[in-house]
Design a protein. Structure first.
Length: 344
């Protein structure tokens, strides 16, 4: 997609530069880790997801992190976010296949997937994979008020037909959430009012990971959604009372001008690197200072300024963000503010 408001030519950032200046073929574990943590926003909660996914087995969690970082490097996730919507499939964005529009009762962002607009012949599997990665990465910006970074996905199957059956999309989404974005999914709501979908559910469910399957809830009407999403926050097209109509707002040709400011980026990246170094140093002191009682319960714990270092790292991440990530639809709609507060 290379369109902007008023049909202006979109200025692409041809000079993509990876964080820390390391090309993906020679990227270290440390730089790959912090690149991921920069996109996610909270290194502690990101690591915690892998520990939960592997039931607190540290070795297995570490292996999953390594696998994820290798995948992120190979798929150039940082580059996907750098170019943003300029390299996404325009029709998919314009028709509103998937968009965030509200919060659930736990404060997690809700992504609505309008299955009726999905026609897989309109795009390649590479295009849908890029779109899904962009959506999941962007969802973390919308989850900044929630330390767990979880999202709720609402599949709206209204007017679902055979033409909308897309096993490749479902398989890709499940694979991403299971293998590379563990514990990102809060719950997945299937708003089912189609006999056709009920008939193929057994086929789809056969390849869904048991952990993901345990988070899937079928609902038949807006009343069934009420325990999960307040009717005042549920959009009207799904039976709620929130006035909302999806309309894709094209990028402007100037919204990413900061990405061409080399000196400002270097300054922001230097601040980020300094914050990372401080955070790592205080974390080491924190771990070395832990004292235990004979029963292995914690006797004393001095954080050595780790909380302050984490806040500084967070601020440096926000300062760096406009130089390494293209602005999104949610920035243009005012949902995400410059300080990364979120308001639907």
């Amino acid at each position: 997609m290379q369109r902007t408001q008023n049909s202006e030519p979109l200025v692409l950032k041809d000079g993509f530069k990876p964080l820390f200046g390391e090309p993906k073929e020679s990227r270290t574990f440390r730089s790959a880790f912090w690149q991921a943590a920069t996109q996610i926003g909270n290194a502690d909660s990101w690591v915690l997801r892998f520990l939960r996914a592997r039931k607190w087995n540290v070795f297995e969690a570490m292996e999953m992190i390594k696998s994820t970082l290798k995948w992120r490097t190979g798929q150039a996730i940082d580059e996907i976010m750098y170019f943003g919507e300029s390299q996404l499939h325009y029709h998919t964005m314009d028709t509103g296949l998937s968009f965030a529009c509200t919060n659930d009762r736990l404060g997690n962002p809700v992504y609505v997937v309008r299955v009726r607009v999905n026609i897989d012949r309109n795009r390649s599997i590479q295009a849908i994979k890029r779109f899904l990665c962009w959506q999941i990465e962007t969802s973390q910006l919308l989850s900044t008020g929630n330390a767990d970074g979880r999202v709720t996905i609402l599949f709206d199957l209204t007017d679902f037909t055979r033409e909308n059956i897309d096993l490749k999309l479902v398989r890709t989404l499940i694979s991403l959430l299971t293998n590379y974005y563990p514990e990102t999914l809060g719950i997945l709501l299937l708003y089912v009012n189609s006999w056709l979908f009920t008939g193929i559910w057994s086929l789809i469910s056969s390849f869904i990971d048991p952990v993901v399957k345990s988070k899937i809830i079928m609902v038949r009407n807006s009343s069934d959604l009420s325990p999960y999403i307040d009717p005042e926050h549920l959009i009207c097209e799904i039976g709620g009372r929130k006035q909302f109509e999806y309309k894709y707002q094209l990028p402007s040709s100037t919204e990413n001008n900061l990405m061409t400011d080399t000196k400002a980026r270097e300054a922001a990246e230097a601040g980020f690197v300094h914050a990372v170094n401080e955070y790592e140093a205080t974390t080491r002191k924190w771990l070395e200072s832990v004292a235990y009682n004979s029963d292995e319960t914690i006797l004393s714990l001095d954080t050595f300024g780790r909380d302050e270092a984490r806040d500084t790292l967070r601020k440096s991440t926000i300062a760096l963000d406009p130089y390494v990530r293209a602005r999104t639809l949610y920035h243009r709609l005012g949902v995400i503010s410059p300080d990364h507060t979120v308001s639907f």
